[in-house]
Design a protein around this ligand. Structure first.
Ligand code: F6R
Length: 610
């Protein structure tokens, strides 16, 4: 995944592009580049190089780019290694047209062969470069927009593009087909970008392009048409995200800041959805009867969102009394899933742009299922393709490792399970009240855990040298074990596995020796004794145990030296609190090992290609 941005207006483009690019760096960070057009001279100037955006910034300080029209890109390599030649923007043979691209061109090899035969000279190994040569081919006698349209008919894949040509230095073209693209509407200036935060410095009025749309931006106008030329009229949406939410605000990393944002995010959801002792989802009201008629639930998601979905299964089965299947989107889309008009499919995604989750949703829709999205990003593809949307309102999540989006997804699932439980009369008023009271305490309890973070840091420092970790949990905290392991491996690169503790004797116990760190998630629970037995089995094999338990669980505490305590909490909601020490443990281990926490190697924030 990559990030693209474009600007046309009356100010110097390079400053605005650079600022926006920094907010997109989470999408890719192995190389970056920028091209601007100096209108007066009708000349295209370009700077690009491997490395992070700060290296581009240094280069621009030494060799500034001028011009009020430009495009820029931050890359996450798919075709061709991250070097200067493969960095975007890419140019045509005469260096008159520049493009930036996010996504993938599946048929680039055959197109490249044809274009080479026709005399086009390629400079990079990227799939992207074929697009600019195709546009060049048609731009000889067609306008930039028409040449782009013609080029699009040849391309297979998914992409978002930003295009400029010095033969038409008053236009910035944006194209969307399968990868996100947002148009920012300013005063005497307009922009486009892969994601909202990149535009917030300039405007909060945004138009979300849909697939198969082309936008032609001039300084004072935005003209959107479909690929086939049908005009599109769409009003801008006002984005309420604050620009400060996209800054680190004194925290050393976005991940740490986002971990600390969890109490207010959870509090905000509770305040918004609980009215007069009831869970109210006004957005579901028009579809209430349809939702009530569903006989089963199926959750689809990827990565951390999938783990939230697994927690959702326990919540929905317990509180709403409905059978729930949970599937990885990438698996769901390629089998013949048994969903139909009686199934409510819940698609969970922070970004709303994950390719596999979108494909799973399309598959489920084809089979007649009703789609409920749990999503963080307003206007994202998932929100447009679903029948109803429950937003997580977590604000922009910049760090690649998902933290606040995860607990916000679980909180929405808690509230939805309680809502459905009441609707289906599985829960009586008193039971719902009891659960709501427990849920309302969560933000305050989460705050308490954050205050104790130094103790978690010390434990992390004592264990950062371990070569591998095992995370064990049971019941509703089995998904917590999976999520804890994912957090650790993605940011510290330590091999880590999450397992259901009951599975120990079926294989993983063979791994245990004094070189293995084992995180045992053992909060107050009706199956606490089972977890204690697992811990003893690990102790007997000299595994290095870290226990996460609840205050007052003296018997569990007695089992090991390294103890992290969370406050007492209703068992069903414990994953909301357990998530915090797991996130902090991973964070501090990664810091101790000198890893780049916010931008882990090989990863990108949202996976818009398969
Ligand atoms: C891990 C992480 C990923 C995402 C996954 C799905 O920290 O962030 O595993 O959870 O790529 O992304 P969304 O939620 O945007 O669909």
């Amino acid at each position: 995944m990559c990030g693209i941005i474009g600007y046309i207006g009356e100010r110097q483009a390079s400053t605005i592009l650079l600022n926006g690019l920094k907010r997109l760096e989470y999408r890719g960070y192995d190389s970056s580049g920028m091209a601007t057009i100096l209108e007066r001279k009708k000349r295209l100037s370009i700077r690009k190089l491997p490395g992070k955006i700060r290296t581009l910034e240094k280069l621009l300080n030494k060799k500034p780019l001028t011009g009020t029209l430009g495009i820029a890109h931050t890359r996450w390599a798919t075709h061709g290694e991250p070097n200067k030649l493969n960095a975007h923007p890419h140019l045509d043979c005469k260096a008159e047209i520049a493009i930036v691209h996010n996504g993938i061109i599946e048929n680039y090899a055959e197109l490249k062969d044809e274009l080479i035969k026709e005399g086009h000279k390629f400079r990079s190994q990227t799939d992207t470069e074929v697009i600019v040569h195709l546009i060049e081919k048609y731009h000889t006698n067609l306008s930039l927009k028409e040449a782009t349209r013609k080029a699009l008919t040849k391309l297979k894949g998914s992409f978002a593009l930003g295009i400029v040509s010095c033969r038409e230095p008053d236009k910035l073209i944006g194209v969307r087909w399968g990868s996100p693209l947002v148009v920012g509407v300013g005063k005497n200036e307009n922009l486009l970008a892969s994601d909202i935060p990149a535009l917030l410095d300039v405007t909060k009025e945004m138009i979300f392009l849909e697939d198969e749309e082309i936008a032609v931006l001039t300084q004072n106008n935005i003209d959107i048409t479909t690929f086939s030329g049908i005009p599109v009229k769409r009003k801008p949406l006002h984005i309420t995200w604050d620009v400060s939410q996209a800054e680190r605000q004194g925290f050393s990393h976005f991940m740490l800041k986002e971990i600390h944002e969890q109490p207010p995010v959870l509090e905000g959801l509770l305040r918004q959805k609980i009215k007069d002792g009831e869970v109210i989802f006004a957005e579901l009201e028009p579809k209430r009867e349809e939702i009530l008629a569903k006989k089963s639930l199926c959750i689809v998601a990827c990565g951390t969102a999938y783990h939230a979905g697994l927690v959702g299964k326990y919540l929905l089965e317990e509180l709403a009394g409905l059978p729930v299947a949970v599937d990885l989107s990438s698996e769901f889309r390629y089998r013949n899933p048994l969903v139909d008009k009686d199934t409510l499919v819940i698609a969970i995604s922070q970004s709303g742009e994950t390719a596999d989750t979108l494909a799973a949703v399309r598959e489920a829709k084809n089979k007649g299922a009703f789609i409920l999205a749990i999503c963080n990003v307003l206007g994202s593809s998932l929100t447009r393709e679903s029948d109803v949307v429950l937003y997580t309102y977590a604000g922009p999540e910049i760090s690649v490792a998902s933290t606040k989006a995860y607990t916000a997804q679980i909180m929405v699932l808690c509230l939805f399970a309680l809502y459905l439980g009441r609707l289906r009369s599985v829960l009586c008023v008193e039971a719902q009240q009891k659960y709501l009271n427990a849920l309302k305490k969560i933000p305050q309890l989460a705050e308490k855990i954050l205050k104790e973070k130094d103790q978690i840091r010390r434990i992390a420092q004592r264990h950062a040298h371990f070569g591998s970790f095992l995370y064990l949990g049971r019941n509703i905290n089995y998904p917590s074990a999976l999520e804890g392991a994912l957090k650790l491996k993605e940011i510290s690169y330590i091999p880590a596995e999450g397992y259901a503790a009951g599975e120990m004797k079926h294989g993983p116990i063979a791994l245990i020796d004094e070189y293995r760190a084992v995180v045992c998630i053992a909060p107050q629970s009706r199956i606490r004794q089972k977890m204690i037995s697992n811990i003893q089995e690990i102790k007997a094999r000299r595994g290095k145990i870290i226990i996460i338990t609840t205050e007052g669980e003296e018997e569990v505490r007695g089992q090991a030296k390294e103890i992290i305590c969370i406050p007492s909490v209703e068992e069903l909601f414990s994953p909301l609190l357990i998530a915090l020490p797991l996130q902090l443990l991973a964070y501090y281990v990664a810091i101790k090992r000198g890893c780049n926490v916010d931008q882990p190697r090989n990863l990108a924030k949202s996976v818009t290609v398969e």
